[in-house]
Design a protein around this ligand. Structure first.
Ligand SMILES: NC(=O)c1ccc[n+]([C@@H]2O[C@H](COP(=O)([O-])OP(=O)(O)OC[C@H]3O[C@@H](n4cnc5c(N)ncnc54)[C@H](OP(=O)(O)O)[C@@H]3O)[C@@H](O)[C@H]2O)c1
Length: 354
């Protein structure tokens, strides 16, 4: 009897993963952990999130819901005894918060792991981390074994690195770590489920300013690829490694110039092309004009620009591909779908990251 516990399904990656699990015949029992004041409202939030990815399969009726915050929830003894696989995707993904990311990502992950450490049937605990857990680096290409630097551009990535360390220190814990790079859109649905991070690339193209040179590559993956990869790793019978990038890698990362050209072919790029220092990007007049000097927009661009200032072009994904996971499509293959799937303004799209 396969019993999966998934956290984070009201979010972008977790919602896509829940939807993917609902279609998987290997799953006998699915338990979702979500924040809510009561079970009914929790179910409702989850249903809304999963519906973003298309009609919800009939099996949804049998899904069990546990409500609570990662840091305080007490898992039922019956669930702990039954659970065979965990996908821990919940995290505070704010690029600006310090306290909340520490609480949810470090303390919250430890609290969940503490409760599952003695789970008698647990075969896999898949921790969804981030490829940027590497911190500030001068590498163009980052491998899974690249050590994490002490300095980070955001507390969020430091918190994920700390959570990884804590989990890795637990002996005989059946841990695997998945590290997605930057998740943008869905390869078939575009940005209908969420425009998370899409708004940033779109704003740069529309303003005609960018912190990347045109020949520099960006590592971007669609959410359906990430969901497939998480399920692939969850059920992988004998993974050869402990950590896996879920990324575009050398093959599917794309040049910024080609991304800009994709926006231009849909009439969404300025004719101007100006490279801008990441530290001054947020206050550039061309960007300010797009968002009418919206303060949240400026802060959002500022946070993203700090990552753009890193020299990383791609995260190696040979490990996952060598074990049989098909590589993701390049962003430019589904960029038009992203553009055409939403008529919202950049500012409205940015709210998906609020
Ligand atoms: N999106 C990316 O580009 C990307 C890239 C690399 C790695 N990742 C990783 O992928 C995972 C999912 O990211 P995402 O983009 O889907 O984020 P998201 O849309 O912000 O969703 C985060 C999820 O975590 C839940 N959560 C946060 N704090 C919680 C807490 N204290 N207790 C219980 N639940 C909590 C949220 O619940 P509420 O709905 O109640 O807030 C939500 O379901 C994260 O681990 C993230 O680090 C994402």
């Amino acid at each position: 009897m396969t019993c999966i516990l998934l956290s984070g399904a009201t979010g972008f990656v977790g919602g896509a993963t829940a939807r993917r699990l609902l279609e998987d015949d290997r799953v006998d029992r699915l338990v979702l952990l979500a924040r809510s004041s009561d079970n009914l409202k929790g179910r409702d939030r989850l249903l809304q999130s999963i519906s973003r990815f298309g009609p919800v399969p009939e099996r949804w009726r049998r899904v069990e819901v546990i409500t609570g915050d990662l840091t305080t929830v007490a898992l039922d003894r019956a669930v702990v005894d039954a659970v065979t696989h965990v996908i821990h995707a919940a995290a505070c993904t704010s690029l600006r918060s310090v306290k909340r990311v520490r609480e949810s990502n470090v303390a919250g992950t430890a609290a969940i792991a503490d409760q599952l450490e003695e789970a008698p049937r647990l075969r896999r605990f898949l921790f969804v981390s981030t490829a940027y857990r590497c911190g500030i680096t001068d590498a163009r290409v980052v491998n899974e074994d690249t050590p994490a630097a002490p300095e980070h551009v955001a507390e969020y990535t430091r918190s994920k690195s700390r959570a990884e360390e804590d989990l890795l220190s637990r002996r005989s814990f059946p841990l695997l770590i998945a590290r997605p790079s930057v998740v943008v859109g869905h390869s078939r649905l575009g940005v209908k489920p969420s425009a998370s991070m899409f708004w940033y690339y779109r704003a740069l193209a529309e303003a005609g300013v960018s912190p990347f040179a045109p020949d520099k590559r960006r590592d971007i993956v669609p959410v359906d690829h990430v969901a497939d990869a998480l399920v692939f790793l969850t059920f992988s019978p004998s993974p050869r490694h402990r950590c896996y990038h879920v990324s575009a890698g050398a093959r599917s990362s794309v040049r910024w110039g080609d991304i800009e050209a994709g926006f231009a072919s849909c009439g969404l790029a300025s004719t101007r092309r100006q490279s801008v220092d990441p530290s001054t990007l947020a206050t550039h007049p061309a960007l300010e004009a797009i968002a009418a000097s919206d303060r949240n927009f400026r802060a959002g661009v500022e946070a993203c620009a700090r990552f753009s200032g890193l020299p990383i072009e791609w995260f190696a994904n040979e490990r996952l591909v060598a074990e049989g996971m098909p590589p993701p499509p390049p962003f430019t293959d589904y960029l038009r779908r992203c553009i055409e799937s939403s008529s919202r303004s950049v500012l409205e799209q940015m709210r998906d990251d609020a």
